[in-house]
Ligand binder design. Structure first.
Ligand SMILES: CC(=O)N[C@H](C=O)[C@@H](O)[C@H](O)[C@H](O)COP(=O)(O)O
Length: 230
């Protein structure tokens, strides 16, 4: 499977439930992934070894896998061991922290990517938070760079929607395919992200996180008994 070609100009859907949530079950996430593929997702992105295993068996599109460990600092597939576990679970692409921050196992991003390549036949997506991250990730050998961490590392503002300014800069100056990811909440934002020249667009929350989507609607209705906008 040529993953890079399979996702060119297409939508990737991130299917993740968070610790303690009702949908936090690998079978549930595999079913959510199947539902998004039925709607036209060209690839899916899933978190956790078991989610990768179940989803890879359930869908015939590329699976981008990651393991989150913690929720601050370097937490997306932070070490070589996590990356190998994602690859062994059947992911076609291993997504990992692509920032320049120190990693918990002391390896550099370049060492992690090289070590992974020696042991597994996978592509690597570097989740970046800034233009400098994206350049460093390309130099470190990443096959794809994503804007996944824009707004979460202190390098960029936490924009309401996608950080299109960063995306434009990354697309203009990085040689590897760029995945637009992070806070893409509408189909118009997805189209705008692709129009920057991004290789693919990844949407998570707005498609697969019903708790958040519900809260958007609840908030729009205002407090019970109060007129909207009043
Ligand atoms: C920052 C971080 O931890 N991002 C995670 C990475 O896998 C996920 O929680 C996001 O849902 C994913 O990146 C898609 O983004 P959005 O849900 O905004 O469409």
């Amino acid at each position: 499977m040529n993953v890079i070609e399979a996702i060119r100009g297409r939508l990737i859907v991130s299917c993740q439930a968070y610790p303690g949530e009702a949908m936090r079950d690998p079978r549930t996430m595999a079913q959510v992934a199947q539902a998004t593929v039925a709607g036209g997702a060209a690839a899916v992105r899933v978190q956790g070894e078991e989610d990768v295993r179940h989803t890879s068996a359930a869908v015939d599109v590329p699976v981008i896998g990651l393991i989150k460990d913690g929720n601050d600092g370097v937490f997306i597939t932070p070490t070589m061991d996590h990356a190998l576990a994602v690859a062994r679970a059947g992911a076609h692409v291993v997504a990992l922290d692509g920032t320049r921050r120190p990693r918990p196992d002391g390896r550099t991003l370049a060492e992690t990517i090289a070590g992974l390549r020696e042991r597994a036949d996978v592509l690597v997506m570097a989740d970046c938070g800034s233009l400098d991250d994206a350049h460093a990730a390309e130099d470190a050998g990443a096959d794809l760079v994503g804007t996944t961490l824009a707004g979460y590392t202190g390098n960029r503002p936490l924009t309401d929607g996608p950080d299109l300014a960063l995306l434009e800069d990354v697309v203009r100056s990085v040689g590897v395919p760029v995945v637009a990811e992070g806070r893409i909440h509408t189909s118009a934002q997805a189209a705008a992200a692709l129009a920057t020249g991004a290789h693919a667009v990844c949407v998570g929350t707005a498609i697969t996180h019903p708790t958040t989507i519900t809260s958007w609607f609840v908030d729009a209705l205002g407090a019970p008994g109060e007129p909207v906008g009043g």
